[in-house]
Design a protein around this ligand. Structure first.
Ligand SMILES: [Zn+2]
Ligand SMILES: [Zn+2]
Length: 342
């Protein structure tokens, strides 16, 4: 893919001359892509990758019971969703807002307010911005909270409402557990893969100059990130990003999958922007949170548009694996794109 924008003119852009210096914590590099796409296929490594991405505990695993509880206890009965009405829509909005405040707010309090982990496994130790006119309210956290709650949770709720309305009226195909229990379980595993695929392409799209300037630059105000940064996006980006859930108009699923899909996209956006590699206890990473892969995207811009599940960055030449050699290649690519010697 060519003709990707260079936001090099952005005033906040990190000068590439800082190279790979300035990271407080770097995981083991080179970052590894999914072994499913490394030839010859190593089934042992592939199994370990799948196991580790879910067990013993992971964000995606924790979100499965959350989606189930949300459906059974925190969701309006599907009967009520046949017609749009403020009461059930508000119920979904309040629940989604509560979840976002719980996850992003909880992580912020833990890592930044009470600094429970200090700077241990923190990628970038620079403070989140205050008195900076780039941000709404001149404050990074207030800016991030505002765009997350006012736009992010609203768009999330709007999609969930439309999906539930579609399912209640039979417009969206409805899968019962008894129809196909295997497919029911497999669907949970497919959501992260779909996210990796979908996010890569829409992310490349919003890096085109016009969309970058008018839409995506809002998310890129955050050179360093915190939990509230993940869903801090322009409303148009929220609409594009969460539009991924519309796949369920084609792929038969249960409302729990729709809830899971949306919670995965929204809540892991918060967790992956924590700014820390994970929840560390006794120098052991007990729960993976932030990803160095995406953290580099926030600092260097023109690399690592997707995730590591699918090697799309590698295939399209935008992969930065965190090594010095990879950084040199990245700088060379940027020189070619911008024509500016750096
Ligand atoms: Zn971006
Ligand atoms: Zn981001």
């Amino acid at each position: 893919m060519t003709n990707v924008t260079s936001p090099s003119s952005e005033s906040m852009m990190e000068t590439p001359k800082t190279g790979l210096r300035g990271w407080n914590f770097k995981p083991d590099v080179p970052l590894q892509i999914s072994p499913f796409f490394v030839w010859p296929l190593n089934p042992g490594k592939a199994l370990v990758w799948v196991f580790r991405s879910w067990f013993p505990v992971s964000e995606r695993l924790l979100l499965v019971p959350l989606a189930i509880v949300s459906w059974f206890y925190l969701h309006p009965a599907l009967e009520r969703c046949k017609e749009f009405a403020p009461d059930w829509i508000l119920q979904i909005y309040v629940r989604n807002l509560g979840l976002m405040v719980l996850v992003a707010g909880g992580l912020h309090l833990y890592f930044y307010t009470f600094r429970k982990q200090g700077d241990n496994h923190r990628f970038d130790t620079r403070a989140l911005a205050k008195n900076n006119r780039v941000f709404t309210f001149n404050n990074q956290i207030f800016d991030n909270m505002f765009w997350t709650c006012a736009s992010g949770v609203t768009v999330w709720t709007a999609y969930e409402v439309v999906m539930m309305w579609g399912m209640a009226n039979g417009y969206v195909p409805y899968l019962m557990w008894s129809d196909n229990p295997v497919w029911f379980v497999v669907l949970f595993a497919l959501v992260p893969l779909w996210e990796s695929f979908y996010f890569y392409f829409i992310h490349r799209l919003i890096h085109y100059p016009f969309l970058y300037r008018t839409v995506h630059s809002l998310h890129h105000r955050n050179i360093n990130v915190g939990p509230w940064s993940g869903m801090s996006m322009h409303p148009v980006e929220h609409i594009i990003y969460l539009g991924s859930v519309l796949i369920h108009w084609l792929v038969i699923s249960h409302p729990i999958h729709v809830i899971y899909h949306l919670q995965y996209f929204t809540l892991t956006a918060a967790t992956t922007h924590t700014g820390f590699d994970g929840l560390v206890k006794g120098n052991k990473n007990k729960l993976g949170l932030g990803t160095f892969h995406h953290q580099m995207h926030h600092r260097y811009f023109e690399c690592n548009y997707g995730g590591l599940e699918l090697p799309l960055d590698k295939w399209f030449g935008s992969f930065h694996d965190g090594t010095v050699e990879s950084h040199e290649k990245f700088l060379e690519r940027r020189r070619r794109m911008t024509g500016v010697p750096q």
